[in-house]
Design a protein around this ligand. Sequence first.
Ligand code: NAD
Length: 409
Amino acid sequence: MPVEERVSITSEKSGLTEAETDLLRSGGGLSLEEANRMIENVVGTIAYPLGIAANFRINGRDRLIPMAIEEPSVVAAASNMARLMRGGEGVKVTSTDPVMIGQIQVLDIPNIDKAKKNIAEAKDKLLDLANQQDPVLVRFGGGARDIQQRTIQTEAGEMLILHLLVDCRDAMGANAVNTMCETLAPVVNELTGGRVLLRIISNLADHRLVRAECVVKKEDLGGEKVVDDVVSAWAFADADPYRAATHNKGIMNGVIAVALAVAQDHRALEAGAHAYAARSGHYSALSRWSKNENGDLVGVLEMPMAVGIIGGATRTHPIARLALKVMGISKAAELAETMAAVGLAQNLGALRALVKEGIQQGHMRLHARNLVVMAGAEGDLIGRAVKALVESGEIRFDKAQEIVKRLEG
Ligand code: NAD
């Protein structure tokens, strides 16, 4: 479809207003004034392509998925795999309560056992104090839930680490949790006789998990051999960190593209995902692929997903609000679950391509387009040069330069 037709269909299906539809056409949707309110020392903005992944059926509901990404093939692969997943009734998703961990590091404690006992006895008082910092969060059903204690041995000696567990509802929660931890610090000093140093959220959000599952019929995937090969490809990733890093990168292609479209803290998501992948002490695959009794492929992805639809840039970036509307999302949990579904589809896209034709075939036409643009092609010359480059069978920069020069002349 031409871009304008995609814009109209997205607008129509998502019930976008005229102004929102114009925002899609605006080439980035963020004014300099808006950008200047978001970070420091602003001199401009940078736009990314925003694509729509189609075919997603998540918990029985069809959703259009906005994805912001600079890498070719990702949106196409997600849409293609979502189509295959529909044969097994789409992706099923669930999530835990949105509980984040705030860490309080306590040093120089004279008697650790006594300190731990004092903290345990004062738990309710500490939770109350934390909740007083955020009555809005409490009103929405969230708030501090529990305090856990860990002693760890470090290069700098033994430390007591408190984990403040906070249900963040529709917020990502970093500001909320950090504020609570900072407030508790003086009381923790008193209760432990020690000295609180760090008070900060943990991005290993292993209480805030999402799970996405799908079944792909063997005939939709290209037969039982492809199913077996995908399982073998997954087993490689699960056993080998060198492969697991790339396997998980493929998952994050989907997760982060949606995260960018809705202006999430994607560094927090990356940090959480990779730390979770290494939680056993051995960095491995975030997903698991197996074959069921019918010979069909079963995929499961479980990972932390600390996202919010309140706070951060999600409310200030106009495209982020629009992207949530396109997905039809009104809860942070729904966003987290949708992102896991996209991550799972993306993972399958890469595995399927790798075990079948190899990853380059799908990439090459798009890569050819990048090469001819790099070689200076503009306007309708781009299409002609891509065609010639693909037909040459040698998709390389020197060849692209040669073709562009010839066609220009
Ligand atoms: P925030 O403080 O802007 O918004 C959260 C607040 O919104 C809550 O505390 C609550 O008072 C209010 N709220 C209103 N309605 C709510 C609802 N339905 N559910 C929950 N809360 C509701 O944002 P935040 O989510 O606390 O923090 C996110 C920001 O923190 C991001 O910009 C992130 O980049 C940044 N950050 C991240 C880290 C990290 O990940 N390590 C560290 C520091 C800051």
